[in-house]
Write a protein that binds this ligand. Structure first.
Ligand code: SER
Length: 579
């Protein structure tokens, strides 16, 4: 079975059971400062898990592309990937444990024909925050899962979420598949995890935001939600009886191509390159460029790590385009251009590092300090530093350098973690009032930009924290001072007019007829929410958006643009605050 067939089967199975198909969201979460990437299908659904009504109903299903960097050290083993697709079904207050587990069981046993004796499950053991999950265990037993195949585990294994620091979460039950070739692959208790059913009935809230030591409270949610996630690549590997996700398409062809280009055989190295380039391709395709901050930095590290492994495997010349070329993606030319540019930049970094190396490594610093200097100031990787030492015939104790380097790195990371923590102070849910205001201000900004600059202005990106909004839009020239002033004044005028903001649900067709602004059509389901600022006859802004928004513009305070700059070619960026 191909990944495509599995995805179709899953969507159809849940559609037949009353679920509505929603499309995959971007890998870059919109308006959520608590995470860099979409790591699970539940991510874009947070407002609905917290109780807002979803325009498509209370039973949803989709295939969501995800990025997870937490397991990067395991990437290249049989089961871990940075980029993967997740099948998910959700019950937003509409069904609960028994029904969810029964559907998962039927899909695996009746639809995919997996043998029941190969399945085992884990269930939440209970603690002071939530009780032991007897209902799930009983349900599994009633379906024929033997008692000794049901493990009770604690929070570390059987609790999911929140995705960021705060938000919806709950106990989960995980399903594992076991066989001779899917044995103890680093997964607790044996077998490989293929599906996770989360019972989201809590909202994790930070209690004392402004103190150093924060404590949490698990507040019961208004509605009991089911959030499940099944790995497309893992399940396809199992169905095809191969022993790794790297042996199914499209990964198999990508790894094959890398081996073809390599001079040295290294299975794990080839898998790492395949994973990292594939992840990078999808991140770029969703609008992120390599940079030194946030998602761009993660992207840069993935590309550079892939190139480093490429060198280890003896791949000659620029090669990322050859691999990206076989990955199916819509904006391939653009993606390849970005990858190649980054490869060139990294080539220059390495060249510079090597030159510095000639001059600097005899300095009075220890070898590990010099290595760290090269890494932190020039981006020159430790591994290459060690290789250069070797080339020069300099003797060194690799273990010692590695240890000392790691210590310096730890100090460095702690510093940047503190900075990051400061920047994101806390999760979306805790700052929701401020974030909601910025969200509404963004609509006013887009409408004002279109009125001042013209109808070629479309939203190209948006990122909101509790401290500011950041808005990217299509426009190729720098805005003049006058234009910026005009835009700022126009937004403030709307705030002063105390305009009402109303939300209506309608079909995508109706929304288009109303000339509602939208970003990407395939982002939306059949039913959408349209937010209008101002009354119907004299509306200032009308946008398709999932919200939430303030109800009157007079709640926003004073709007001020703090920065206008280029974001990428043909795209400008505005940062603004509400005072
Ligand atoms: N959110 C859960 C997970 O990622 C279920 O989808 O495992």
């Amino acid at each position: 079975m191909t990944t495509k067939e599995l995805k179709e089967k899953y969507l159809k199975f849940f559609e037949e059971r009353g679920h509505k198909i929603i499309s995959s969201a971007s890998l870059i979460p919109e308006n959520d400062p608590t995470v860099l990437f979409t790591t699970a299908g539940m991510h874009p659904l947070v407002p609905y898990l917290l109780g807002e009504k979803h325009p498509m109903g209370d039973k949803l299903v989709n295939v969501q592309k995800c990025i997870r960097t937490g397991d990067i050290d395991m990437v290249g083993d049989d089961w871990h990937l940075t980029f993967f697709e997740m099948l998910g079904n959700w019950g937003l207050g509409s069904y609960w444990k028994e029904e969810s587990i029964k559907m998962s069981f039927d899909f695996l046993i009746k639809e995919l024909n997996l043998p029941i004796e190969k399945l085992s499950v884990s269930v939440f053991a209970g603690d002071s925050d939530a009780p032991k999950d007897e209902v799930s265990a009983k349900t599994w037993e009633s379906l024929g899962i033997l008692k000794d195949k049901i493990r009770f585990l604690g929070k570390e294994d059987n609790w999911w979420g929140p995705a960021g620091k705060s938000g919806p979460c709950g106990p989960c039950t995980e399903i594992f598949y076991d066989s001779a070739c899917h044995g103890k692959s680093g997964v607790a208790g044996g077998g490989v995890e293929i599906w996770n059913n989360v019972f989201m009935e809590y909202n994790k809230k930070i209690q004392n935001l402004n103190t150093k030591v924060q404590t949490f409270e698990y507040e019961p949610l208004k509605q009991k939600n089911v959030d499940t996630g099944m790995g497309v690549e893992r399940t396809t590997a199992i169905l095809n009886n191969v022993k790794s996700v790297y042996e199914i398409e499209p990964l198999k062809s990508i790894v094959g191509k890398i081996k073809e280009l390599s001079e040295i055989y290294d299975e794990r190295g080839a898998r790492i390159i395949a994973d990292h380039i594939r992840a990078s391709v999808f991140i770029i395709s969703d609008g992120i460029m390599p940079s030194n901050v946030e998602q761009g930095y993660v992207l840069r590290r993935l590309i550079r790590r892939a190139i480093r492994y490429g060198k280890k495997l003896g791949i000659k010349g620029s090669f990322t385009h050859k691999i990206a070329g076989i990955i199916e993606i819509e904006n391939k030319d653009f993606v390849i251009e970005q990858l190649t540019q980054e490869e060139e930049k990294f080539g220059k970094t390495l060249e510079k590092g090597l030159k510095e190396f000639e001059k600097k490594f005899f300095a009075e610093k220890s070898l590990s300090e010099t290595a760290f200097y090269f890494f932190s100031t020039l981006g020159f990787p430790l591994e290459m530093f060690l290789e250069e030492l070797k080339n020069k015939g300099i003797k060194y104790d690799e273990g010692k350098i590695q240890r000392e380097f790691d210590e310096q790195l730890k100090g460095h990371q702690e510093l940047s973690r503190t900075a990051t923590a400061g920047k994101f102070k806390s999760g979306l849910a805790d700052n929701s009032e401020q974030v909601v205001k910025y969200h509404t201000a963004t609509h006013l900004l887009l409408a004002s930009l279109r009125k001042v600059l013209g109808n070629h202005i479309f939203q190209k990106g948006s990122n909101i924290t509790a401290e500011r909004l950041r808005f990217d839009f299509s426009h190729s020239e720098k805005l003049t001072k006058e234009q910026l002033q005009q835009v700022e004044d126009m937004v403030n005028e709307q705030i002063q007019k105390s305009l009402l903001i109303c939300c209506e649900e309608m079909s995508l067709e109706e929304a288009k007829k109303k000339n509602a602004m939208g970003i990407f059509e395939n982002k939306y389901g059949d039913r959408v929410k349209v937010y209008t600022v101002g009354n119907e006859k004299d509306k200032f802004s009308c946008e398709i958006c999932s919200g939430p928004h303030v109800t009157n513009t007079n709640q926003l305070g004073h709007f001020k643009i703090t920065k206008e700059e280029a974001s990428s070619s043909g795209v400008r960026r505005i940062k603004a605050i509400l005072e």
